[in-house]
Design a protein around this ligand. Structure first.
Ligand SMILES: Nc1nc2c(c(=O)[nH]1)N[C@H]1C(S)=C(S)[C@@H](COP(=O)(O)OP(=O)(O)OC[C@H]3O[C@@H](n4cnc5c(=O)[nH]c(N)nc54)[C@H](O)[C@@H]3O)O[C@H]1N2
Ligand SMILES: Nc1nc2c(c(=O)[nH]1)N[C@H]1C(S)=C(S)[C@@H](COP(=O)(O)OP(=O)(O)OC[C@H]3O[C@@H](n4cnc5c(=O)[nH]c(N)nc54)[C@H](O)[C@@H]3O)O[C@H]1N2
Ligand code: SF4
Ligand SMILES: [Mo]
Length: 696
């Protein structure tokens, strides 16, 4: 019996926790949290532990597939990898010859391994590398950039040492990052206070010292009220403000109307409770964290919720502080050399990006990084600024991730080629021309990734077992295409060729990863001195780029519309047992949670004759959505103006026998929602949609 522990990286969600895989005779027995990883305590979440069930599931694409029927009809022919590579490469070459290399669009799920995909796009000659983030954290990213000049991941949440944590639109105990969960629980044991601001009582609310159930859409107002109290009652860190905050007087003047009484009328939170909380919070400064949110593609002003959250942290002196939000160290900050980027194998494409991000009028304030893929779709439809005719959706299911499938499909109609690279079935894979099946995370290697933080590190995903089916790792997929598209440097036969290239000059070797699966680049945690990348070098209340694009740094607060009569705003989020839409069909996780329910306020439900666990139909108020039926979860712990559900259910594909027909898809309740996106923050505004509910 050959038994071994393989150190690798979880792939059940984009957090990518370090894992230890218990392998016997080429079979995975179990998966644990990597015991060497600080803060993980050897733990994984339920989804990570269900990795072997994904590996052993036969209901996933097992070989390359080429469409034979109409798009979405589900008629395929199986192909060998050579055939599939030839097919895709020939199409791509023809499109490049006719429309130029920029006619290829790529969207990615994000995470730590995008360098390879970006390199592939550069090698092809296209600038159109995007990720999924306009349906996720783009508002937070742009908020960080606008206030600090650096991105959201340039700050660390030092939860372990915090004395008061505020979770606003952030479900830290169910939308899981295992280390963060452990750190928060340790901090709580050491006396850290917890405040939750949400439209319903989630799990963190059950452990909170202060819980505020705010009227949906009023978070910006809530934060302006908090700033009002912090400033007027001189609860801020004067030294930090004097040294580091530019525009304090402008902020002071702006927040004057937001008295506790005003905030009470808007949010429903009592003026006294608000004042008590703010004093409690300020007492713990600077060891405080006001979380700016993660999935904030919710309202037209969610960007401003995150901006004001960052400003509150700054006024508390929490930026750069232990137990607050210290600056993340990059590899270079601890005197080491970073990984050699694979993108540098090819020159930067000359054409501007199709989404207009960073250059087009009204879009110059956006991060020139991975951009806004929903705007690139508009370029497919309009042909402006130039035609986009091929699209590779890598580890991305836009048909489930964006509102309004019909609208998205329509925008894709002019594509000559749509490729889905995925390890499970998804609506996007089902609608693709070619499905390139990826090996699960237990069956593949990835390129080496680098992680910043207080102690930067490199980490490596290793193959724990051989693939069960005819699937490939992503490096094998892009190497296969690179060989046929004349991109020599990526046309490798072994992953070591890429690893060696990445590690050149770093002083780290491939063998160094054997001991723990990662290599730490500093002996002890480093708290970096505070420095901002804004033009003034300070925290900026007024952002010149926003103003130049005709947008406001501090827009007037607009009271959110009340839902139409007998209707509710749709609200959604995550649960601990599933990742987005792609684990519902996982045999183990499905058993634990086969469908979603609809949280509805008790008083409202009573008036509508709906009892707990009754079947209800939920339908969009705007025409064009797809109604669905699910059970009502009747509770006083959800705001009466909204109903809430867990995202990712309501699958329809015949190839997913378990998930099919179970629960309801929230994004199908948002017709027209694809077009509602925030000009300032860049993300779609998914909670600006209303639904009706009736007992069936
Ligand atoms: N209505 C509504 N819409 C939402 C949300 C919501 O709550 N409500 N949540 C939003 C959020 S926060 C996000 S992040 C997005 C998520 O949506 P997406 O960005 O599309 O991400 P996932 O659903 O995680 O994965 C997409 C596909 O990639 C495949 N996949 C997963 N991991 C891998 C991998 O390692 N390799 C490969 N090749 N394929 C992989 C999965 O099988 C799945 O089919 O959706 C957003 N959209
Ligand atoms: N188990 C699990 N963990 C995950 C994921 C997963 O799919 N499953 N996905 C990962 C990804 S991609 C992301 S982006 C993160 C998301 O992490 P989070 O953003 O923390 O997760 P969500 O559950 O979408 O939303 C957080 C909370 O916002 C609340 N909320 C909804 N509307 C409002 C509002 O108007 N105001 C306020 N104040 N609160 C509101 C919801 O009730 C929910 O409790 O989680 C990551 N971790
Ligand atoms: S949070 Fe869970 S699913 Fe996500 S990477 Fe960590 S263990 Fe895996
Ligand atoms: Mo996300």
């Amino acid at each position: 019996m050959a038994r071994e522990i393989v150190y690798s990286v979880c792939g059940m969600c984009s957090v990518r926790c370090p894992i230890a895989v218990n392998v016997e005779d080429g079979k995975v027995l179990s998966v644990f949290g990597n015991p060497h990883a600080a803060g993980l305590k050897g733990a994984l979440c339920a989804r990570g532990a269900a990795g072997p069930a994904l590996l052993n599931d036969d209901e996933r694409p097992q070989t390359p597939l080429i469409r034979v029927g109409e798009r979405g009809e589900g008629k395929w022919r199986t192909a060998t990898w050579d055939e599939a590579f030839d097919y895709v490469a020939e199409k791509l070459s023809a499109i490049r010859a006719e429309h130029g290399p920029e006619a290829l669009l790529f969207s990615d799920r994000g995470g730590p391994f995008p360098d390879l995909h970006k390199a592939f796009m550069r090698g092809f000659g296209s600038p159109n590398y995007c990720n999924h983030d306009s349906a996720c954290a783009r508002n937070v990213q742009h908020a960080a950039l606008s206030v600090f000049g650096f991105g959201r991941k340039d700050l660390v949440y030092d939860l372990k040492n915090a004395r008061h944590v505020v979770l606003q639109s952030r479900n830290l105990l169910e939308a899981i990052n295992v280390k963060e969960v452990n750190d928060l629980m340790d901090a709580r044991d050491a006396g850290c206070k917890l405040t939750v601001i949400d439209v319903r009582a989630n799990i963190p609310a059950s452990k909170a010292d202060h819980f505020f159930m705010v009227r949906p859409g009023t978070d910006y107002c809530f934060n302006l009220g908090v700033l009002h109290l912090i400033i007027n009652q001189k609860l801020y860190n004067r030294k930090f403000v004097k040294e580091w905050v530019d525009g304090f007087d402008i902020l002071k003047e702006f927040v004057q109307p937001f008295t506790p009484e005003y905030v009470e009328r808007e949010t429903g939170v009592s003026a006294i409770a608000l004042e008590n909380f703010v004093h409690d919070f300020a007492k713990a400064a600077p060891h405080v964290i006001w979380h700016p949110g993660w999935m904030t593609a919710r309202y037209n002003d969610s960007f401003y919720m995150s901006r004001t959250a960052y400003l509150i942290n700054a006024l508390m002196g929490a930026i750069g502080s232990k137990g607050g939000l210290p600056l993340s160290c990059k590899v270079g900050d601890v005197g080491r050399k970073g990984l050699k980027p694979l993108t540098e194998l090819f020159p930067k494409p000359e054409k501007p990006r199709a989404d207009g991000v960073g250059w087009a009028e009204g879009r110059t304030h956006f991060d020139a990084g991975p951009g806004l893929v929903h705007l690139a779709y508009e370029a497919i439809e309009s042909g402006k600024p130039y035609p986009i005719r091929a699209y590779i959706a890598h580890r991305h299911d836009p048909l489930m991730a964006f509102p309004d499938q019909k609208a998205v499909k329509k925008l894709w109609e002019k594509l000559d080629l749509l490729v889905s690279v995925t390890f499970s079935w998804s609506d996007t894979a089902w609608n693709a021309d070619v499905v390139l099946p990826m090996s699960t995370f237990l069956e593949r290697e990835s390129i080496i990734a680098s992680k910043g933080g207080l102690k930067p590190q490199f980490f490596m995903r290793k193959r724990a077992v051989a693939p069960r089916f005819d699937t490939k790792a992503d490096w094998e997929i892009y190497a296969g295409l690179a060989k046929r598209l004349g991109m020599e440097p990526l046309a490798v036969d072994r992953i070591e060729q890429l690893w060696e290239r990445q590690l050149e000059g770093t002083g780290v070797s491939i063998a160094d990863f054997d001991a723990k699966g990662f290599v730490e680049l500093a002996d002890k945690p480093t708290i970096k001195p505070v420095a901002f990348k804004t033009p003034s070098g300070k925290v900026e209340v007024v952002n010149a780029k926003l103003e130049k694009d005709g947008l406001k740094s501090l827009p007037p607060y607009v009271s959110p519309a009340k839902p139409p009569k007998d209707a509710f705003r749709i609200s959604f989020g995550r649960c601990g047992l599933h990742t987005q839409g792609h684990t519902v069909n996982n045999p183990l996780l499905f058993e634990l949670m086969p469908e979603n329910v609809l949280w509805i306020n008790k008083t409202k439900a009573k008036a509508m004759g709906i009892e707990h666990m009754d079947m209800v139909e939920v339908a969009s108020v705007a025409p064009g959505g797809t109604p669905g039926t699910l059970r009502a979860y009747v509770t006083e712990f959800v705001h009466p103006e909204c109903v809430f559900t867990i995202h990712g259910f309501g699958h329809t594909l015949p190839v997913e026998s378990r998930a099919k027909g179970r629960g309801v898809s929230d994004n199908e309740l948002m017709p027209g929602g694809f077009a509602r996106w925030d000009r300032a923050g860049g993300a779609v505004s998914m909670q600006e949609n209303y639904v009706t509910v009736r007992k069936v």
